[in-house]
Design a protein around this ligand. Structure first.
Ligand code: DGY
Length: 425
């Protein structure tokens, strides 16, 4: 491990998690993100389990209290009023009793709940809590395939870049051109008041993000219409791999807890999805690629989404190639895993998802590589992540070339991942 001692990592990470705890949910960071975010919370619970198991379950239970009647779990829950974030509930107008956004985020809940359950010291409480969450997570998985996979291909599309969590990835650039910038209501960004504007998405991207929000709002957030009505429909291998992994994990959990029908439904989803992922494989890039569903073509962009695909049970030969591809990235970047290939002229070392390293993605890639027997690369990613922490603290993301901390500071999910990583290191 690096110069920091294991206990130092743990103490500092726990401090960040406690500082951002708002009772039943944890904010990603003070100021920049003052509410509950969907995948942030599920991954946060994995950190919380190391020092307060009961609190970890609450994090996910709170999120699912705000699940929509159709099964969708929204990407933000606006528990409190806070003018420091834009776009707030007055823009989304999703009509929920506690305001929420109207789109979703990567479905890590199934994976997180299985990990909480498998490692629980209070097995009885864990079984009770997992059993209560099972049908809710199952309903979310069903929602995805019903609403985002209209042709029943086994792969779901995102209809807004914010759904992927990789907001301004180079992956979306070409497809995003189809989203208009005119007709967007006047707005004032808040993110650039909390973080360096050079580390955040551009104004043009924000215009398009908001155009989509207004468009979906005009359709009254009716999920049976939104997919087909969206000019942006992208099948992201990382997003699908997370969903497939969660389906597979929920299947194991359901079987363990005596819910065979629910287990079978999720096993079927995972198997169909995993087989369909092969359509996204690129021999040339040595990784999976996104598919622009509107034009039916793969997107020529070697981003981390196609490496994150290792999180689901990809064939062992694919995991080996992905591991080699990451090895090549390591020749061009000091820290792993850059969110885009530094050799691509579109790479930007400091701008959000166009180059920087993110610990949550490192964690999921490393987890998949460990499972596929790519242990050396998985360990290398773990070490690189801890080196970033030791040198630059608990940032939102990091420059892969010089390790500069970027975006928000004292970041919750970064701290949560550190607690997971130190167990493996
Ligand atoms: C933001 O506001 O930056 C978020 O990524 C949207 O969820």
């Amino acid at each position: 491990m690096t110069t920091l001692k294991k206990q130092d990592f743990i103490d500092r990470a726990v401090e960040v998690l406690k500082e951002n705890d708002r009772g039943g949910y944890t904010v990603p960071t003070k100021g920049l993100y003052p509410f509950q975010w969907n995948w942030d919370s599920c991954l946060t619970a994995l950190g919380q389990r190391h020092f307060d198991e009961a609190r970890a379950w609450i994090e996910i239970e709170t999120l699912f209290q705000h699940q929509w009647p159709d099964g969708m779990v929204p990407h933000i829950v606006f528990h409190v009023h806070d003018d420091g974030y834009f776009p707030g509930p007055d823009v989304w107008r999703s009509g929920r009793p506690t305001p929420t956004s109207g789109i979703t985020q990567p479905a890590v809940a199934g994976f997180a709940v299985r990990r909480l359950y498998d490692n629980a010291t209070d097995k009885q409480a864990a079984a009770r809590r997992a059993r209560a969450l099972l049908p809710k997570i199952d309903a979310w998985h069903r929602w995805f395939y019903e609403n985002r996979d209209p042709q029943k291909e086994g792969l779901v599309a995102i209809i807004h870049p914010w759904e992927s969590g990789r907001d301004n990835s180079i992956d979306w650039d070409a497809a995003f051109e189809r989203v208009p910038t005119h007709g967007v209501e006047p707005y004032v960004r808040r993110d650039t008041q909390h973080a360096n504007p050079k580390h955040r998405p551009t104004k043009e991207q924000y215009d398009r993000y908001l155009w989509l929000v207004q468009h979906f709002r005009s359709l009254e957030w009716d999920n049976s219409k939104l997919h087909d009505a969206s000019p942006f429909q992208v099948v992201d291998p990382g997003f699908n791999a997370i969903l497939i992994r969660s389906c597979a994990d929920l299947a194991v959990l359901a079987a363990d807890l005596g819910e065979p029908a629910l287990a079978q439904a999720n096993r079927d989803r995972a198997e169909k999805g995993q087989a369909a992922m092969e359509k996204l494989w690129s021999e040339e890039h040595g990784q999976y690629l996104c598919l622009d569903r509107v034009i039916g073509r793969l997107i020529d962009s070697a981003s981390i989404g196609g490496l994150l695909a290792a999180f689901s049970a990809v064939p062992k030969a694919r995991a080996e190639v992905i591991s080699n591809t990451i090895g090549k990235l390591a020749e061009r970047a000091h820290f792993l895993v850059p969110s885009h290939d530094p050799a691509d002229p579109r790479f930007d070392a400091k701008r959000y998802w166009r180059g920087p390293c993110w610990l949550v993605v490192n964690y999921m890639i490393a987890d998949g590589l460990f499972a596929a027997g790519q242990t050396a690369m998985a360990e290398r990613i773990t070490q690189s992540s801890l080196e970033l922490i030791a040198g630059s603290g608990f940032a939102e993301y990091y420059d892969p070339l010089d390790g500069e901390p970027l975006g928000g500071g004292r970041f919750t999910w970064t701290a949560a991942m550190v607690l997971e990583f130190v167990q493996a290191a």
